[in-house]
Design a binder for this molecule. Structure first.
Ligand SMILES: [Zn+2]
Length: 305
């Protein structure tokens, strides 16, 4: 294990909150011989179970050692990653915000060059239900308006930001008049506009949870308003009739109900032949597609598709 340790020590881990920068900062360029030596020494599991794992990156080098560092999505809010990395229901899964996301048995969709991914021994993987994390929450999709996970959080954010949510006044039952026939003092023509004016925190799990609890306390003051809110957010809100908003979201994202799995390399090797997104916290060797045949010949292995 000497070699592995010296590689670790030589890493530059300059943590920036941008995916590409942090990705670059965590890599070390290797030569062909160094790569072969490293794999023989530290990737014995892969030599036994050479499964096709790929990733697209923006890079000009053929061989790289990658150490996953903390990263944040550039295009999307990170609520789902925040939950996966912090909620007890996801215990045992590799941390999304400190991981290398790859494609199992298929072609990656990002990056300008494709690389084979070879993990060090003892790697642990999160296995998505679909070819991309976004399309993997089938249970959530079924219980909302067929929303993908990112869309669901977008809608939640829109509802609780500066948008107005209109609901029927329960004091006058939407008539706009009180018992004496005068104008209802609680509403305008039977309806009330409500504005949460909140911005959910996608960087701190505890703050996020507190914010949702606050929304709950507002919702619970008025059953009609709660129903309006839930109908906006969920298709089948009634399945959660008495639960808190936070619990609903945790349930919708439940890894068992959405068929996510924690896998070893051996399990990935033996899994069915479908393109799936997988992620790991383990250090990996990356080998550029075009030079891979040479190196796999040297290692005397055949990659299983
Ligand atoms: Zn009213």
């Amino acid at each position: 294990m000497k070699k592995y340790k010296s590689y670790l020590e030589s890493l530059v881990t300059n943590r920036k909150n941008k995916t590409i920068e942090s990705f670059k900062s965590s890599q070390k360029i290797l030569t062909l011989d160094e790569t072969v030596d490293f794999i023989k020494e530290n990737c014995k599991e892969f030599l036994k179970y050479p499964v096709k794992i790929k990733r697209g990156i923006y890079n000009d080098n053929d061989y790289l050692y990658i150490e996953p560092v903390e990263r944040h999505s550039l295009e999307n809010l990170d609520f789902y990653n925040l939950i996966i990395d912090n909620d007890p229901s996801w215990e045992g899964y590799p941390k999304r915000l400190k991981s290398l996301c790859c494609i199992l048995k298929g072609k990656p969709n990002l990056g300008n060059k494709f690389y084979y991914v070879i993990p060090v021994d003892g790697s642990k993987w999160g296995l998505c239900t679909g070819s991309d994390l976004f399309v993997s929450f089938n249970y959530l999709e079924k219980n909302t308006n067929n929303l993908y996970i990112n869309e669901f959080f977008d809608i939640l954010n829109i509802i609780i930001s500066d948008n107005y949510l209109e609901y029927i006044c329960d004091k006058c039952n939407g008539t706009g008049k009180n018992d004496l026939g005068e104008e209802c003092e609680y509403c305008q023509n039977g309806t009330i506009d409500f504005q949460f004016n909140m911005k959910l925190d996608d960087t701190n799990y505890d703050i996020f949870k507190k914010q949702l609890d606050k929304i709950d306390s507002i919702l619970n003051k008025n059953p009609r308003f709660r129903t309006t809110f839930m109908t906006e957010l969920f298709k089948f809100y009634y399945i959660y009739d008495n639960d808190t908003l936070f619990n609903m979201i945790i349930d919708l994202m439940n890894p068992i109900k959405n068929n996510f799995k924690i896998q070893t390399l051996k399990k990935l090797y033996n899994s069915s032949k479908y393109r799936k997104e997988i992620w790991t916290e383990s250090p990996c060797i990356l080998i550029y597609d075009e030079v891979s045949e040479d190196i796999f010949n040297k290692l005397n292995i055949q990659i299983r598709e």
